[in-house]
Design a protein around this ligand. Structure first.
Ligand code: ZN
Ligand code: ZN
Length: 495
């Protein structure tokens, strides 16, 4: 479902709920909002009485007299100076969740208070949040009572005869962004018996057909012909054949080098022969979050007709232990020719990315960004709400950090110290695939760096932390978050 713009007076429109985002201040931001005038007194009394505190993650539902919206849903934003894109997104999502809890069918969202971000950005954040507040993964539940109720319509209202400048574009972008996040989440949340490499390949073919992209799918034999020994080492232990998915989008001028987006897609990570514990294996259907994000971004870029050239590369395989599986101690020759000693078969993400990065360079990219649930060490370092950013380019560092701030998908820089290469020095091959516990995220980055030419700006985003929610958030329930979609779309829109 999309969010629409609607000309209406807040107090006169027929809707199950009117959602209002409120700042924590002396009340001036309430009286400043003309469209809120009919309710300002009611809201002020609820704040004064302490029934409602306008802090983040707080909400209150009020029932109204007949004639206008049936309910008023107040959601707190906190103080204006600490109100970020993600604060507004989460608040709008919380409002929609409250409406859904009340079995509301139609809801209207009042634009956020003026003066936040650039105004239009705040509007976009609210629209994206409202849409993501609709998301739940319940398609595999068969009992109607277990299915969560969703709104059947959602609008943003404006009182003037035409929406203010920039609103339509912001709402369109919000709709495309939310659809892309939803698609990525569905792919991630669907279990590994339903989403395996060929399913991702089929998804890419459908995107290509519907949106006019070019899809090239390499199967196991193609990978053998291309001598992708590192990818094949991982893929050979699974009964489901691996796929390397390439999607090309031409939105910029012909001949302009593309930006390459590479996403790790281990559709299930058992750890291979270096088997994970049962507890740590349960969530491993989400080890394809990077690949899901890349597919979703490729489609969204085409829908938004972004004036850029892109190549999206998704190496997709399971990591399983069977008689054919690769073993600790094996030495594999990657597509680049570099040899890798396997220390842990559970450090498989970097193995498939090595060949994917080599393949990406055949497209003569202007830059490469890879997205991967790569290391537990990154989660230890930065927690569950922040990705690690490792890059060889100051420009990429700056623009990705700006996009992170503008999209509310946080990244933080981690180093690529040259001398730490010592940690993955092998006695028998060019490198080994694991360097022990210390500096795990950086070592993952250093490993990948060996497969990227010094001439090409490259950034590695380790999303192992934020890719999955263990605790429900208003804008993302437990499970796949689709992290990276909003970050990359913001990055691409800024180009
Ligand atoms: Zn693993
Ligand atoms: Zn993995």
């Amino acid at each position: 479902m999309d969010i629409t713009l609607k000309k209406a007076r807040a107090d006169q429109m027929a809707a199950g709920a009117l959602i209002v985002l409120i700042l924590e201040d002396d009340g001036s931001s309430l009286t400043d909002r003309a469209e809120l005038a009919p309710y300002a007194d009611l809201i002020c009394r609820r704040i004064d009485s302490g029934d409602f505190e306008p802090k983040p993650n707080r909400s209150l539902v009020l029932f109204l007299h007949p004639g206008g919206p049936e309910r008023l849903i107040l959601v707190g934003l906190g103080k204006a100076d600490s109100c970020r894109y993600d604060t507004i997104r989460a608040a709008a999502a919380k409002g929609v969740r409250a409406a859904r809890d009340h079995k509301v069918e139609t809801a209207a969202l009042l634009p956020p208070p003026p003066g936040l971000l650039t105004g239009v950005e705040a509007l976009e954040a609210a629209a994206v949040g409202a849409l993501l507040g609709q998301y739940d993964f319940d398609e595999l539940k068969t009992e109607a009572t277990e299915k969560t109720k969703r709104l059947s319509s959602l609008c943003l209202i404006h009182e003037g005869s035409k929406p203010p400048a920039g609103w339509k574009k912001a709402v369109d972008a919000a709709n495309v962004t939310a659809r892309a996040v939803t698609m990525a989440r569905d792919l991630i949340n669907r279990p590994a018996n339903l989403v395996y490499p060929e399913v991702l390949a089929e998804t890419a073919r459908t995107i290509a057909k519907e949106r006019g992209l070019k899809a090239t799918i390499l199967g196991m034999e193609d990978a053998e012909k291309r001598k992708m020994g590192s990818f094949l080492g991982v893929a050979q232990g699974s009964r489901r054949p691996g796929r390397i998915i390439v999607l090309e989008y031409q939105g910029g001028s012909k001949g302009k080098p593309p930006l390459a987006l590479v996403g790790k897609a281990i559709t299930f990570d058992s750890g291979g022969l270096s088997l994970k514990t049962p507890e740590s294996m349960v969530t491993m259907k989400t080890d394809m979050s990077g690949g899901a994000a890349v597919l979703a971004v490729m489609e969204a870029a085409a829908v938004l007709k972004l004036p850029v050239n892109l190549v999206g590369i998704v190496p997709a395989t399971e990591n399983m232990p069977d008689g054919g599986a690769y073993r600790p101690g094996d030495v594999l020759t990657s597509m680049s020719g570099l040899t890798i000693e396997v220390i842990s078969t559970d450090a498989e993400g970097r193995m498939i990315l090595a060949d994917a990065l080599t393949l990406a360079q055949e497209y003569k990219p202007a830059a490469i960004i890879d997205l991967a649930t790569l290391t537990g060490a990154c989660v230890v370092a930065l927690g569950e709400k922040c990705a690690g950013l490792m890059t060889t380019s100051d420009d990429l560092a700056k623009s990705l950090q700006a996009a992170a701030q503008a999209s509310g998908e946080r990244v933080w820089p981690l180093p690529l110290f040259d001398d730490y290469n010592e940690l993955i020095k092998s006695d028998v091959a060019d490198m080994k695939n694991s360097g022990g516990r210390n500096a795990g995220a950086t070592v993952g980055g250093l490993f990948l760096k060996k497969f990227v030419s010094d001439q090409i700006p490259w950034a590695h985003v380790d999303i192992a932390g934020p890719a999955r929610n263990d605790k429900a958030q208003p804008d993302a329930p437990v499970g796949g978050v689709g992290f990276g979609v909003q970050l990359l779309l913001k990055y691409l829109r800024n180009q």
